[in-house]
Design a protein around this ligand. Structure first.
Ligand code: DGP
Length: 126
């Protein structure tokens, strides 16, 4: 898989080819506001390297995973939600409704949230 996939929307955002409301960026990641926010604050954190999903992370990408997690706190700080709290969600695969196949953590906050995060009854196992 090449570092930059010319057909990938989030690769284009990382390269500055598609505009986005960028909150934080460094050599490894870019964090920008989601175009369809589900919370008062909703920011996507992506690696600059094209990786389709969490399931496609390889041993050699572990530093990238660390950079994404490390950027979450810095991004939350910049967005002013570090103290009030936030979630970092990685929709992965069809059940989770992943729609863009370039790893992205949804950093959501700016309001009180519920748990569990989905409506309906919890499935009982065992
Ligand atoms: P997911 O469904 O987990 O793959 O999330 C993809 C998110 O990407 C979704 O919440 C909407 C967001 N999104 C899609 N296209 C764009 C875009 O062009 N710009 C921005 N900022 N966000 C986008």
């Amino acid at each position: 898989m090449p570092f930059h996939d010319p057909d990938c929307l989030f690769c284009k955002i990382a390269a500055g080819e598609v505009p986005a409301d960028i909150v934080y960026s460094d050599d490894h990641v870019v964090a920008f506001r989601d175009i369809q926010p589900v919370a008062d604050e909703h920011i996507l954190i992506i690696p600059r390297k094209h990786i389709a999903s969490l399931s496609h992370l390889e041993e050699g990408d572990l530093d990238i995973a660390g950079h994404i997690l490390s950027a979450a706190g810095k991004t939350a700080e910049k967005a002013g939600i570090a103290a009030s709290g936030y979630r970092l969600v990685f929709n992965t695969g069809p059940d989770a409704l992943q729609s863009v196949f370039h790893i992205h953590g949804h950093l959501i906050g700016g309001q009180k949230m519920g748990w569990p995060p989905f409506p309906g009854t919890r499935v009982q196992h065992g």
